[in-house]
Design a protein around this ligand. Structure first.
Ligand code: SF4
Length: 365
């Protein structure tokens, strides 16, 4: 159980909490970028333990939540075609599009399958040469290397029946957008450690320099998060703004060179719409021109499909830290994990789902 029990040690947690309490002279507003960190904070009650020292703003780092509605609708249109097997990760099947979701398409006869790796979709293409296999590629820098590997593998195997609907997003431009918002309240970031295992840490240096904001690269266990908070508050209290790697057991400054090389080969940076937020410049990846033959949007002619967001879901405000989930009028009543109105209630990393799952049901007074 190494890497579990040792990062849940209550004695060490107590010491970190005491240290934070002794350092903080006021309540600081921190944003944990990743939805996995949000779930850990809520699950372990870190927000309650640190209520006097920290206000946590939950960031936009849930890949399922930020996949734009038009991309979901494009996936729905492709999945409804009789010649297609559409594959994606499990959470994506329940995310509501403008009128339906992938589970419903499957119930009506569409061939929609859950895969655990993009390479499983490549295997399906190989096993079904008379069908078109489409992988719906969503996620941050963490999942994109596996999607790039799937593209490379499909080409190596000369699979003409494999394509990808790509909706990958990048973390630093979203953090830049948060910092640039007129109502920004974030004093420091806990950056997502797993993103940095792939990308390294240098990508955050321009943000620290331009905005004088501390960024602490942090893991996901309770002690990781408490140490991240301790280091962020230590900087804020002494007027420093530095980039710190507090997750050295997983993150190296240079990232993962093999994964980076594959990403550079297969993808190119593009502007990307984030669900509930809007277009963020240079915040996504799409297939590079040399890989355009694998683009499912062109193969199935769905690129022009655009739709408006539902007025009933406020997930954009949740994803930007402007609304706590229990303060949404639909939270826990019209919107639950069984009947979600928005992606932040669906995803295992969504903030609304975290508050519902761990029974944080009370609105702010
Ligand atoms: S509770 Fe439901 S409707 Fe409200 S913001 Fe969250 S997902 Fe959207």
């Amino acid at each position: 159980m190494r890497y579990l029990t040792e990062f849940h040690d209550p004695e060490l947690a107590r010491r970190l909490l005491d240290d934070i309490a002794a350092t903080a002279t006021r309540r600081w507003t921190l944003m944990e970028v990743c939805g996995g960190q949000t779930h850990s904070i809520i699950r372990h009650g870190l927000d309650q333990l640190l209520a006097e020292q920290v206000e946590f703003i939950h960031g936009p780092g849930c890949p399922v939540c930020v996949t734009p509605l038009e991309m979901i609708d494009r996936a729905l249109a492709i999945a409804a075609r009789p010649e297609v097997i559409l594959c994606s990760f499990g959470d994506m099947l329940r995310v509501p599009g403008s009128a339906s979701d992938l589970f419903t398409v499957r119930a009506h006869g569409g061939d929609v399958r859950v895969v655990y790796s993009p390479l499983d979709a490549v295997g399906l293409a190989e096993a079904n040469p008379d069908r078109q296999v489409v992988f719906f590629a969503v996620g941050f820098e963490t999942t994109a290397p596996a999607a790039a590997m799937a593209a490379v593998t499909a080409r190596r195997r000369r699979l003409a029946n494999f394509s990808m609907l790509v909706s990958h997003v990048l973390v630093p431009p979203a953090m830049r957008a948060v910092l640039g918002a007129p109502d920004n309240r974030v004093a420091a970031f806990l950056a997502a450690g797993h993103v940095c295992t792939v990308m390294g840490t240098a990508q955050y240096e321009p943000l620290v320099a331009a905005h004088q904001v501390p960024i602490v690269v942090t893991g996901f266990e309770p002690l990781d998060l408490l140490d991240g908070v301790r280091q962020a508050i230590g900087q804020l209290e002494t007027g420093r703004a530095e980039l710190v790697n507090a997750y050295p057991r997983a993150v190296r400054a240079e990232g993962n060179p093999a994964a980076l090389a594959m990403l550079r080969e297969v993808f190119t940076v593009c502007d990307r719409a984030w669900r509930g937020i809007g277009v963020i410049p240079s915040s996504g990846w799409r297939l590079a021109p040399d890989w355009a033959d694998l683009d499912a949007q062109t193969r199935f002619d769905v690129a022009g499909l655009t739709v408006a967001e539902s007025a009933h879901c406020h997930s954009g405000a949740v994803l930007q830290g402007r609304l706590r989930p229990p303060d949404c009028p639909a939270f826990g009543t019209r919107c639950t994990p069984r009947h979600p109105l928005g992606a932040t209630m669906v995803s295992a990393e969504g903030a609304c789902a975290a508050y519902y799952q761990y029974r944080r049901l009370t609105p702010a007074l």
